[in-house]
Structure formats: C-alpha cells, structure tokens
Design a protein around this ligand. Structure first.
Ligand SMILES: C[S@@+](CC[C@H](N)C(=O)[O-])C[C@H]1O[C@@H](n2cnc3c(N)ncnc32)[C@H](O)[C@@H]1O
Length: 394
C-alpha cells in the first residue's frame, strides 16, 4: 500500500514535470519563432534555415547568386569599366558546386514552407535552367514562369549578342497536387487596371532615388531589385499578415515590400554591410502602399463618385492644379471634363497617376492633392466631403 502510494506520487510528479517541460519547450519555440519575424538573420542561409520551424512560412522569395562566371573585366566603347556583378558571393568553383549549393538551400526552403505556401526564384540565363532542374528534382511544381522584361536594360557593349533585357521568375508550389496555395487573381486584375495580369512584367531596373548608394555615390549592392517586382510577387501570392522568407536578403527589397503591404518577413543575409543597409531601409519606411488594404474578396462598398462631379460642384475647379506628394513631385492641370492634363498627356486622375508612377494602375484619389486655403488636401478627403454632402455619412 505504502509502496503503491509512493509510486503513484512519483508517477504524477513525473507527469507534472514532463508536462511543464513540454510547455516550456513550446513557449520557447513560440518565442523563438516570433523573434525571427521581421528580423534579418545574419549567416549562411543553409545553416540559418535550420533555425526556422517546419511548415511555418507562407512564401519564399529567393534571388540567389547568379554564378555569372565573368572572365576578366568588361569595358564600354569609351573605355569606362562596366559595373557588373563580380562579387565574391557570386563565385563558385564549378557548375556541380553551384547545383549542390542550390539543392541544399532549396531543400531547406521546401521544409519551412507551409503545404499551402509557394516559392518564387529569380535568375538570369546563367542560372535559371539549373535552378529549375534542381527544383523539379526536389519535388516543387512549377505554376508559372514569369518574364521580367527590363524596360531599361544595359546595352550589349561589345555588340556580339542581343541586349539581355529579361530575367525569369519561377513560381512553384510545394509539389504536385497542392491546390490550396494563395493566388489573388481578382486583386491582381484590379492592380492591372481591370485586365487579367499576364506572365510578362514590364518593369524598369532599380534606378534613381530607389537605388541605394554608398557614401561615394556608388551602388551599395550590385543586384538590388526594383520594389515593383516584389510588390507584384507578394501581392499576388500572400494575404495581409502572412510571412515571407528571403534567404538572400541583400538590401532588403523583399522586407521593404512586405512591410509596405502589411506582411511579415524573415531575411537571411551573410554580409554584415548589406544587413545594415537593409535594416536602415526597412526602419525608415513610414508610408504603406495603398494595396496593403486590398483583399481578394473585398467588395467596393463606397458610393462611386466620378472625379468630374467634384469639378461640377466647384469643390475643385477647371484650371486648378493638382499636385503629387514629394516622392513624385509632379503637377497636373484640371480640365472641365474632369480629366487631367500632364505635359502632353490627358487622362483620368488614375491613368495619369499610373503613368507618373510607371505602375499598371493607380488609385488617383489617394495620389493627388489639391491646395485649399494654402493647405494641401488629398482629393480623397474632398471626395468624402462630397459623399457626406450628397449621400449622408458613409
Ligand atoms: C542576388 S543578391 C540579392 C539581392 C536582393 N534581392 C536585393 O534586392 O537587394 C544575393 C545576396 O545573397 C547573399 N548571399 C550569397 N550567398 C549567401 C549565403 N550562402 N547565405 C546567405 N546569403 C548569401 C549575398 O551577400 C547577396 O547580398
């Protein structure tokens, strides 16, 4: 009896400690998991991926080394050196070494990807065929190959081949039969101005104010991607609040786009200098993209008000000037029929806004400002005033 009591008590103590241990491990895993969100992990991606739990991320975007195999330096006809990709991180001893490296990081990405998740891998003709082959061998299932048509490519200085004006993005699910992945078809149609989006994306190289420079004015990173590219990737294949993993974070374009669209990110990058640049870039983001609030099944609940109604009501007059915010710094003239005139172009507030931003579409209501009593007012606020006046509170 005494022994039985002792054993029972011992057993229940064991169970108690076991449960406590499990709970502690669970809490620690949860905290670790949470700690990784919206953070850049410093290290080699194959090793760092091991810190991320199985089936935990919704999307992977990977822009891996190209393995360009450049031999010697390239000069323009005027003898200036071409600023190409000759970084140490892009060098591999052989195709075999490159393939083994890709198989290792891609297998890590596949493990951490949820069953409903998808992966995007970008590359040039140097590496995309090898990447595609490795991905198929690992079991990934290609959903689309997207051509990024560069609208301002670098010329072929030697004149020996065609100008290389494209890169390819492979978009894959975790495997054949995984049908429940996210694809925001309606949302992308809306983003594309009401037309179904195709698999050729015309986007310029990352230049101008978007291109991050070092103290001497040189490009801080040789392969910084345009935010517009990542915007489309994330908008098409995630929902707000999802987690996007980028194992080759570079300047943090994926993190910046994720933050501007209310998604979480996990970045992995080996070089401390790039991590600093990426962190500063992401910390400096104060404005989200308006698409951050778009959802696939969202219905337009607002009363539709054509811009011309505001002109007819003299809230904005023909001949007034509308302005954009500081990043675009443009001005357009309001015409009597509610169109805008900008340089030689005439069109709706949306069309001219899209033209200035060089995006497929634009919500002009959230892009243009009118000046009233020396104050800049977003025309969306004037639209709200109009709706309150004629349709009651919305
Ligand atoms: C093609 S760039 C990515 C550029 C990035 N998409 C951007 O927009 O800035 C590849 C990046 O991967 C990093 N990298 C290369 N090998 C790596 C590895 N094994 N682990 C982690 N990062 C690596 C490089 O330092 C480089 O910044």
């Amino acid at each position: 009896m005494c022994l039985a009591k002792f054993t029972d008590k011992n057993e229940s103590t064991c169970v108690h400690w076991y449960r406590l241990a499990c709970l502690t491990i669970g809490v620690v895993q949860m905290i670790l998991g949470m700690m990784e969100l919206n953070r850049i992990i410093r290290g080699d991606c194959i090793e760092s991926l091991k810190r991320i739990p199985d089936n935990s991320v919704d999307l992977v975007f990977a822009d891996p080394p190209y393995n360009l195999q450049l031999k010697g330096e390239l000069y323009r006809p005027n003898n200036t050196k071409v600023d190409g990709v000759d970084d140490g991180w892009d060098k591999f001893g052989s195709f075999r070494e490159y393939d083994d490296f890709c198989a290792a990081w891609l297998a890590g990405c596949r493990r951490v990807l949820k069953e409903t998740g998808t992966i995007w891998v970008i590359g040039s003709y140097h590496n995309i065929f090898r990447l595609g082959s490795v991905m198929l061998d690992l079991g990934f299932w290609i959903l689309n190959d997207i051509t990024w048509h560069k609208t301002n490519p670098m010329p072929n200085f030697l004149g020996k081949r065609f100008t290389i004006a494209a890169e390819t993005l492979l978009w894959c699910s975790k495997g054949e039969g995984r049908k429940k992945y996210t694809f925001n078809h309606k949302l992308m149609k809306r983003y594309n101005g009401g037309k179904q989006m195709g698999s050729v994306w015309r986007i310029g190289l990352c230049t101008g104010a978007e291109r991050i420079k070092d103290a001497s004015g040189k490009k801080a990173h040789s392969t910084q991607k345009p935010e517009e590219l990542l915007k489309r990737v994330i908008l098409a294949s995630t929902k707000a609040g999802d987690t996007v993993l980028d194992p080759f974070f570079g300047t943090g374009t994926t993190g910046a786009a994720a933050k501007k669209l209310r998604r979480n990110f996990i970045g992995i990058e080996r070089e401390e200098g790039y991590i600093e640049i990426a962190q500063k870039r992401i910390d400096g983001i104060t404005e989200l993209w308006e698409e951050a609030d778009w959802a696939e099944d969202e219905k337009e609940k607002r009363v539709k008000v054509p811009f011309v109604n505001l002109v007819k009501d003299s809230m904005i007059k023909a001949g007034d000037i509308l302005y954009t915010n500081g990043s675009y710094g443009a001005a357009a003239l309001v015409l009597e029929n509610g169109s805008l005139k900008y340089n030689d172009s005439t069109g709706s507030i949306h069309r001219i806004g899209a033209m200035i931003q060089r995006t497929p579409s634009c919500n002009g209501w959230k892009f243009w400002y009118a000046v009233k009593n020396d104050k800049a007012l977003l025309i969306d606020d004037l639209r709200n005033e109009y709706i309150r006046k004629y349709h009651g509170v919305q």
